[in-house]
Write a protein that binds this ligand. Sequence first.
Ligand SMILES: Cc1cc2nc3c(=O)[nH]c(=O)nc-3n(C[C@H](O)[C@H](O)[C@H](O)COP(=O)(O)O)c2cc1C
Length: 316
Amino acid sequence: MKTKITELFGIKYPIVEGGMAWCSGWRLAAAISKKGCLGIIGAGSMTADVLQENIQKCKDELKDIPFGVNIPLFNPIAKDLIDITVESGVKIVVTSGGNPSLFTSYLKEKGCIVAHVVASLKFALKAEAAGVDAVIAEGFEAGGHNGKDELTTMVLIPELVSRLTVPVVAAGGISSGAAWLSAMSLGAEGVQIGTLFALSEESSAHENYKNYCIGLDDTSTMLALKKVSPTRLVKNDFFKEVISMEDNGATKEQLLEFLGKGRNRKGTFEGDISNEVSIGQCVCMIDSIKSISEIIDNLVSQYESAYRNLSNFALD
Ligand SMILES: Cc1cc2nc3c(=O)[nH]c(=O)nc-3n(C[C@H](O)[C@H](O)[C@H](O)COP(=O)(O)O)c2cc1C
């Protein structure tokens, strides 16, 4: 398959790994890149040293096969993470969660391909004006942090495709080949996948987190923390406390104090699933933890059969 995204990143399938704090270490990124997709190291949960180590391991493992790094721009050490990424010679950077005009020109000057994650047209236009090579449009089905306006992938993709000139990658709710094909039919040039890869064997998330998540259903998550940073949370004890605070009119400062530090690490990486746990709505489609090789083979065969089945819907 040849799309603007396969051409831009030099990959076989137009599938990008969503950078995911505490899940997307070098093992997951390397496994995904080896299957012809774009593996992304999620730097959001890393110190600069840990990122450097992860980049080196990916390079050793992948040689010339492309991979990238995701840097959430709200991270207080975003500049350090960008410096390490550039100094290490990484050529693909996905920025998210912040103003795209902050680092895009700098990264472009350094010879990087830059994509930025957005959740609305307004930020997509800002990203395009900042000079990104592609926009990753994330619907509110997605796991992790999200836009507060709750735009779905189904609405966001055709809207952005009709308004932008840069290629659009669809993210949010894609866990099957049929969903991948539907995003392409809306005009996306590729897809970004998080939840499905977070629950793979190679994900660095804790086994408790993975086992807990595969038992969840379609009503197990909700977008919360809009005053701080909208996040799709699993409805566990932590979520209940957040909602109770929000219902009682807690201020941003009070919520920030409650969140403190390390809640996400505890929930995702240390396996204390009563703490902060985030995953996408499409978790309801995942019933076992598989290897990346099996997951991507399944995506490809599901895509092919969904494509064939579409002929049943011809208008004659
Ligand atoms: C556990 C988890 C952590 C995430 N962390 C980040 C992150 O650090 N940076 C980022 O840009 N996106 C993050 N995301 C969003 C993903 O990169 C991706 O866009 C999203 O998961 C796609 O939607 P899906 O979960 O429905 O596949 C995270 C998602 C999950 C599930």
